[in-house]
Design a protein around this ligand. Sequence first.
Ligand code: 13P
Length: 252
Amino acid sequence: MNIRRPLIAGNWKMFKTCSEAVETAKHLVTRVDDVTDVDVMIAPAFIALAQVADIVKGSKVSLGAQNLFWEKEGAFTGEISPHMIVSTGCKYVIIGHSERRQFFEETDESVNKKINAAVKNGIEPILCVGESEKERESNETFSVLDKQITKGLQGLFTDNLKHLTIAYEPVWAIGTGKTATDEQAQEVHLFLRSLIEKKLGNKFAESIKILYGGSVKPDNITSLMSMPDIDGALVGGASLDAETFSKIVHFL
Ligand code: 13P
């Protein structure tokens, strides 16, 4: 356990209709009402944001979006602007998830524009980084992460990055049931914190939250959270069920 307030975030990906999202959010709100020392966030699909916002209002659960487009408005069919996301009551936005990098041509350059747009609009970005299995096997983990962080945060400074969170999600651990060991995750989190220190200074590096993501479940969260540089989790599959996610939130 460390000095940073933990954040347990649920990424619902492309799951749940509006009514299913509302139902799950209702169950979650009552289950985490007793939580005092942990921040909780869920990121439903765009279509459900407004309805889920009504459910979580005034509760311990904050709302996040799973993506954004950086332009304010215009002829960009199918995209959602930061301004629209703010209007639904979102506090956070997930940016650069590996599924977006893998399937939707997200690049470090577009990630950088999105982070910029989020901070300008007062939305707290959660920047996702992580190496593939092949990259890990060929000892490229640190160089891949260095590039993702350096390019993703290019031109951004501590003044406008006050609320940046980083999520380390090794691609090989997402949805596979293969969690990084506590030591593997800690090693990378420490590397990321040192990298942030080099770029943005010691004070910023000490306060930034670095979440772990990849097959987080109720039975592995406690030991992951005992690592000094793991400040929370970005949870996929296990966040879809309110009871299971609530067990992760109550990791202490
Ligand atoms: P799983 O928890 O399903 O492995 O997904 C992790 C993830 O991608 C969260 O963003």
